[in-house]
Design a protein around this ligand. Structure first.
Ligand code: ACO
Length: 158
């Protein structure tokens, strides 16, 4: 029943401050003005999650290309502590999965997660993400500094 109260909305100049406040509370890393400038141009790749008309979560992604790969990179995906385990994270991941499915031209979805973030790792594994690499000293200002790369392969690499 709770799921019907969750809505995803566009990020606009009118609500970008809410996104900034949310990210400051949810993530140990702070994001610069360029991050938010790009988010405003991201269209469906950035969404705010509302629960009963309050902003409680957000997802921000960008397209990453390298050599002959085209991937979707989840930069941030999180929700406020008191609103966790209500399906808000699921709604945001499902949005991302629908996006790549419609596009049909992505090789994978990936993200970095702190190695001690067991809850997030379990969460992403539910959606078919796997740890494919661990990067030492990935984070500069937080402990632990190491990050796992979580990836969901959408088409096998040739
Ligand atoms: N421990 C174990 N399993 C979990 C946890 C947890 N802490 N959180 C979610 N899950 C699993 C469960 O199987 C859960 O289903 P259940 O509640 O029926 O058992 C399922 O994932 C779906 O959970 P949701 O309610 O949809 O997820 P939620 O809204 O709580 O969001 C999230 C999960 C995003 C990881 C949240 O805990 C959060 O915002 N954490 C802080 C920010 C963060 O760590 N973000 C992710 C890493 S950074 C990045 O994504 C780039």
């Amino acid at each position: 029943m709770t799921r019907s109260k969750i809505e995803l909305c566009d990020v606009t100049p009118n609500n970008i401050k809410q996104l900034k406040c949310l990210n400051q509370v949810v993530f140990p890393v702070s994001y610069n003005d360029k991050f938010y400038k790009d988010v405003l141009e991201a269209g469906e790749l950035a969404k705010l999650a509302y629960y009963n008309d309050s902003v409680v979560g957000a997802v921000c992604c960008r397209i990453y290309t390298s050599e002959n790969l085209r991937c979707l990179y989840i930069m941030t995906l999180g929700c406020l502590y008191h609103y966790r385990r209500l399906g808000i994270g699921t709604k945001m991941v499902e949005h991302v999965l629908n996006y790549v499915e419609k596009d049909r031209n992505f090789d994978s979805i990936f993200l970095h997660v702190q190695v001690n973030n067991e809850g997030a790792i379990k969460f992403y594994k539910k959606f078919g993400f796997e740890i494919v690499e661990t990067k030492e000293w990935y984070y500069k200002r937080i402990e632990p500094a190491d990050a796992h790369v979580l990836q969901k392969t959408l088409r096998p690499q040739s």
